[in-house]
Design a protein around this ligand. Structure first.
Ligand code: PGA
Length: 251
């Protein structure tokens, strides 16, 4: 289960042509063997991205989905629709979804269940805001996020779940958690998982770090024993910086 993974979250960037150009450029790069590489374009570019990456080591994720299977939810996209265009992973719980679109643990619990039900892999994002960290509440906040959205699930569900710790104060700010802060939290997440489930699961779940990962800090962050990879925003929008991050992986 636990495996090196670097995923690029393109957010609301890259139109059709830009998305195609970025994938073409990535396909030309030498991406390190042994590291799983994923990109998450916007909904409208997913189908093309799946086709374009078909014969490459790059896989494609969506950035969100609706919790309902189908029906009168104008403007929304279901997990089955993602599957039908060949997408096999969905990012859920990103801090921008939480902050700007009111997504909370109860809703995310529903989304996670809906994604798992259609066979999607979930990259589940969570992390504290700066006020929580300053108040020394960051472990409690993360524990509550995991409990609220995930801890109703059976152990077997984690075959389809990757965790992504993303301290909100480090996202898009240029301010990264130090490698020690990332390691400390990732180790805490494993201990929290062990308390709810068991050691075996805690040691086997893949946990990514996200928040201002760049080519110049990736090696140190990925080198931490409990960090299995990264969820990359800004630096995933250029083939050279994303490649440098993938290739910084110490495998
Ligand atoms: P960033 O974004 O790398 O631009 O900080 C990370 C994320 O939002 O996943």
């Amino acid at each position: 289960m636990r495996r090196p993974l670097v995923a690029g979250n393109w957010k609301m960037n890259c139109d059709k042509q830009e998305s195609a150009a970025l994938i073409a450029a990535l396909k030309n790069e030498q991406l390190k063997d042994g590291v799983e590489v994923m990109v998450a374009p916007t909904f409208v570019n997913l189908a093309a991205a799946v086709d374009q990456t078909a014969s490459s080591k790059i896989s494609v994720a969506a950035q969100n989905m609706n919790q309902h299977a189908s029906g009168a939810y104008t403007g929304e996209i279901s997990g089955a629709m993602l599957k039908s265009v060949g997408v096999d992973t969905v990012i859920l719980g990103h801090s921008e979804r939480r902050a700007y679109f009111g997504e909370d643990e109860a809703l995310l619990a529903e989304k996670v269940k809906a994604a798992l039900a259609v066979g999607l892999q979930v990259i589940f994002c969570f992390g504290e805001v700066i006020e929580d960290r300053r108040a020394g509440k960051h472990f409690d906040v993360v524990a509550a996020q995991l409990k609220g959205a995930l801890y109703d699930l059976e152990e077997s569900a984690y075959e389809q779940i990757v965790l992504a710790y993303e301290p909100v104060w480090a996202i898009g700010t240029g301010e990264t958690a130090t490698p020690e802060q990332a390691q400390e939290m990732h180790a805490y997440i494993r201990s929290n998982m062990a308390a709810r489930y068991n050691d075996n699961l805690a040691q086997n779940v893949t946990i990514l770090y996200g928040g201002s990962v760049k080519p110049n800090n990736a090696a140190e962050i990925f080198g931490q024993p409990d960090v299995d990879g990264g969820l990359i925003g800004g630096a995933s929008l250029k083939a050279d910086s994303f490649t440098a991050i993938v290739n910084a992986f110490p495998v």
